[in-house]
Design a protein around this ligand. Sequence first.
Ligand code: 5GP
Length: 254
Amino acid sequence: MARRRQIYEGRAKILFEGPEAGTIVQHFKDDATAFNASKQGVITGKGVLNNRISEYLMLRLHEIGVPTHFIRRLNMREQLVREVEMIPVEVVVRNIAAGTLSERFAIPEGTPLPRTILEYCFKSDELADPFVSEEHITAFEWASPQDMDDMVSMTLRVNDFLTGLFLGIGIRLVDFRLEFGRLWDADQMRIVVADEISPDSCRLWDAKTNEKMDKDRFRRDLGNVEDAYQEVARRLGILPESGPRDMQGPKVMQ
Ligand code: 5GP
């Protein structure tokens, strides 16, 4: 049997060379890390759920005209994506104070922000993804001013759309992180949403109880991590009511 060439192994995903030129297979692992990998663990079934959740959200973004790297889901843990040149910047979108924003500015978690705030991190394990400004990003040429304009307008669109989508299923989108890549078609370049959108990269709170339904359950040892991820998938309509054991085959319920 032909072996696939592994391109990269990260904390939550492995990337393999795809079957056609310009494609990549994203394999979602159950491994979880937090605080720049100083906390490590396994969330059973997380890879399967994040593969499904990210597929669903990327497809919905595609429907509203936001370009993404997603092509199609291949199996329970893998999806085919376009090969892109990753921009080494994470865009963090905040609607409600939480996490490091609450720590830095001593704002109690759960405080609604006067308006949506965007922040940027430079992707670097060595430096623990430091917060940076647009000045750093353009001066160090991680992204051009035009790239930044595209990333910001797409991010705000994604935030508006996902905020509504999640509110419709009783979930508050507190904050999230997006990554972008450059996709080349001949000599034309466009910026697309890349990586994943999942409870690993979003803060999702139950709209009624404010219960956390995301990776903070792992980061903060709150327990029931698997249940929280499953509940997000269930509310999105992509997990059969009877639970994850029914997720043996690719039966998408939409
Ligand atoms: P904070 O800065 O409060 O830790 O994170 C803000 C938001 O961005 C949270 O929703 C968090 O999940 C997401 N985020 C920030 N950095 C990362 C990262 O390195 N990986 C992932 N998956 N999400 C991140």
